[in-house]
Design a protein around this ligand. Structure first.
Ligand code: TRP
Length: 355
């Protein structure tokens, strides 16, 4: 029996270089190692927590699916599926919610962040007590929906219903994974069973890759001017890189790098050869560096990575038959295990049929 790997990405738009290095390339590596039973899905139900336009939801699912396949995920080697194609997930979500406290959900960092956003509260001048009062006490509280609150239950179900051993996710998902383990233990202890196992994060033993953005601070995200999409064409991509934030340049030999410059070097390390990284590092250290040259090289090397993927994405997006076949196969495999888990849980919880 192979160990089970499972991960998913929320269907909220196109994937960027950060998703590629942080998630997709790892998924592909796990698939190619061949020692895991690997499962990758598109979390469209999770996307509903923030009310996507019904006209674009399906397209968002389709673009992530195409990006999965274009990056090298292979429906013959991995189970690739859409969350909503596995209705057992929704039923187990209801059952598991009976063992989840609203207090622990309200204390989850991702919930507080999203609730703050929905209520228009600034993060800085707020403490935890306020957010709870705001949610319960204001008229706008309808914007903070129960789906948002129970996001971690749904994610735990994604994982537990497949009995996943390893869940490759970024640091921002660590708390959700911790809750998953807690819910698994709780279920087992409430019913006196050893049924669910506790999943672990997975990083190939190394530190998680950080992919910085272009706006000089923090990691690559979907905000304006910060992010390179796998689907950006060469012109757009060059323009974005050339506009990346820099500083006025080193004044003295061997001076420390500012955050925006460090970020450009981190990107260069991801996409370029060690020789090129060394060349520009030396140039920085002896103050001869020209950021324009660095950016030109960086843009070209990013294009070398993304252009072939972009081509495949476009091809695959136009191949509805291939897309349908891939996720139909995936849904069948995912449902087989999910329905078995659901049946077991119903049994354990004492839900019986008359017929
Ligand atoms: N919450 C994850 C994210 O935003 C997506 C996700 C949903 C997920 N269900 C999952 C990841 C199960 C791993 C396993 O990135």
């Amino acid at each position: 029996m192979k160990e089970i790997v499972l991960s998913g990405i929320r269907a909220t738009g196109q994937l960027h270089l950060g998703n590629y290095y942080g998630a997709l390339s790892k998924f592909v590596r796990m698939q190619e190692e061949g020692i895991y039973d690997s499962n990758f899905f598109i979390a469209d139900l999770h996307a509903l927590t923030t009310h996507p336009d019904p006209k674009i939801l399906h397209n968002n699912v389709k673009s992530i699916l195409s990006e999965y396949l274009a990056s090298g995920l292979d429906p013959e080697k991995s189970t690739i599926f859409v969350q909503s194609d596995v209705p057992e997930i929704s039923e187990l979500y209801l059952l598991l919610n009976m063992h989840v406290g609203i207090g622990e959900l309200m204390r989850t960092a991702s919930f507080k962040d999203k609730a703050r956003k929905q209520l228009g509260i600034k993060t800085e001048n707020d403490n935890d007590d306020n957010i709870e009062k705001e949610i319960i006490g204001t008229d706008s509280n309808k914007r903070v929906n129960a789906g948002l609150l129970t996001y971690p239950t749904l994610m735990a179900v994604d994982i537990l219903i497949q009995h996943a051993d390893h869940v490759p996710v970024g640091k921002d998902q660590e708390q959700h994974l911790e809750l998953t383990r807690r819910f698994a233990r709780r279920f087992n202890s409430v019913y006196g069973v050893e049924y669910f196992k506790e999943p672990a994060n997975f990083n190939f033993g190394g530190a998680p890759v950080k992919v910085p953005g272009l706006d000089g601070s923090g990691k690559m995200g979907k905000s304006e001017g910060n992010c390179i999409y796998l689907l950006d064409d060469e012109k757009v991509l060059r323009k974005k890189v050339m506009r990346a934030v820099t500083d006025e340049g080193p004044k003295e030999p061997n001076s420390p790098m500012s955050e925006p410059i460090k970020n450009l070097f981190t990107l260069l390390e991801l996409v370029s050869t060690p020789d090129k990284v060394k060349f520009f590092t030396d140039a920085y250290n002896d103050c001869s560096i020209r950021y324009g040259d660095l950016k030109k090289e960086l843009a070209q090397d990013i294009i070398n990575v993304t252009a072939p993927i972009r081509e495949r994405i476009i091809d695959i997006q136009n191949n509805d038959e291939y897309l349908a076949k891939a996720v139909r196969m995936g849904a069948e495999k995912a449902r087989a295990r999910a329905s078995k888990t659901l049946e077991d849980v119903r049994q354990i919880m004492g839900i019986k049929r008359f017929w």
